[in-house]
Design a protein around this ligand. Structure first.
Ligand code: PXP
Length: 257
C-alpha cells in the first residue's frame, strides 16, 4: 500500500509544501541557486506528502522548466497551481501532474489574493475542469469559505476545494481574537458543507506554526498547503526541521481534535 492510500484510510492530514519562494530567491539573482527541485526533495525527506508549485502567467517565481523537472523527478505527487487559462491548461496536459489547483491570478497582486469566483467562471471554468479531469488530473478550486462558491464548485465537477485561510491568518497577526474566532467558524462551516457535497477539503494560505493547529483540527480537512512561512523559517533552522516541526504540530492537533 502506498503512503497516499494509507492516508485515505487513516483519515490523517497531508502536508503539501509550496516551493515557489525558493524560486523567488533564485530569480532575485538569476542563475540556478537555490534550486526548487532540491528544496522539494528536502521537504519530502522532512515529511511533505506532496509538493505544490504555482506557474504564474508572469513567471515571477516558478519557471516552465521547474515544472518539467519537478514532474519528471519528484517521488511524491505534484500539485500544479495555475490560472484557468488556455496556456496553463495546455502545460498541465503536457505534464500531467497529480492535481491542478485553479487559482485567480492578477498581475499586480503580491500573492493569490482571494479565492476563485466559481459562479462567475461559467462554462469557461467548467470546460477547464472537464479537460483536466478527462486527462486523469484531480482538480482543486482555491475558494473563499463561502456557501454559494462551494455549491458552484460541486456543480462544475471539481474533486477538491482548497479553502483560503488568508483572512484567518491576518486576524491572527493582528491579535484580533474575535476576528480569529469568526474566521475559524466560517472555515469550519465551509469544510462541513464541502465534505457533505462530496468534495475533498484542503486549506491553505498564510499558515504558520501559530495558526496551523486550529485548521488542522477540522476533521474534514485532508490536506494543508503551506509555503511562504516554511521557506522563510528554513533560513533560520533549515527546511527539514521547518517541515518536521509543521508536521508535528499538524499531527498533534489531529490527536487533540
Ligand atoms: N494554496 C494556494 C492555492 C496558494 O495560492 C498559496 C500561495 O501560493 C498557498 C496555498 C500557500 O500559501 P503560503 O505561501 O502563504 O503558505
Amino acid at each position: 500500500m502506498n503512503r497516499n492510500n494509507q492516508t485515505e484510510i487513516t483519515g490523517s492530514l497531508r502536508l503539501g509544501v509550496n516551493i515557489d519562494h525558493v524560486a523567488t530567491i533564485r530569480n532575485a539573482r538569476g542563475g540556478r541557486h537555490p534550486d526548487p527541485l532540491r528544496a522539494a526533495h528536502i521537504a519530502i525527506e522532512g515529511g511533505a506528502d506532496g509538493i505544490t508549485a504555482h506557474l504564474r502567467e508572469d513567471r515571477r517565481h516558478i519557471s516552465d522548466s521547474d515544472i518539467a523537472r519537478l514532474k519528471a523527478e519528484l517521488t511524491r505527487p505534484l500539485n500544479f497551481e495555475m490560472a484557468a487559462t488556455d496556456e496553463m491548461v495546455s502545460i498541465a496536459l503536457r505534464h500531467l501532474p497529480h492535481a491542478c489547483c485553479l487559482v485567480p491570478e492578477r498581475r499586480e497582486e503580491r500573492t493569490t489574493e482571494g479565492g476563485l469566483d466559481v459562479a462567475a467562471g461559467g462554462d469557461g471554468l467548467r470546460s477547464v475542469v472537464d479537460q483536466l479531469k478527462a486527462a486523469g488530473i484531480r482538480v482543486s478550486l482555491f475558494i473563499e469559505a463561502d456557501e454559494k462558491t462551494i455549491e458552484a464548485a460541486a456543480r462544475i465537477g471539481a474533486d477538491i476545494v482548497e479553502l483560503h485561510t488568508g483572512t484567518y491568518c491576518e486576524r491572527a497577526l493582528e491579535d484580533n481574537a474575535a476576528g480569529v474566532a469568526a474566521e475559524l467558524e466560517r472555515l469550519k462551516h465551509a469544510a462541513c458543507l464541502a465534505d457533505n457535497a462530496g468534495l475533498e477539503v484542503h486549506a491553505g494560505h498564510g499558515l504558520t506554526y501559530n495558526t496551523v493547529k486550529a485548521v488542522a483540527r477540522l476533521p474534514e480537512v485532508r490536506e494543508l498547503n503551506i509555503g511562504h512561512f516554511l521557506i522563510g523559517e528554513s533560513i533560520f533552522c533549515g527546511l527539514t526541521a521547518a517541515v518536521q516541526h509543521m508536521r508535528a504540530l499538524m499531527e498533534q492537533a489531529r490527536r487533540e481534535a
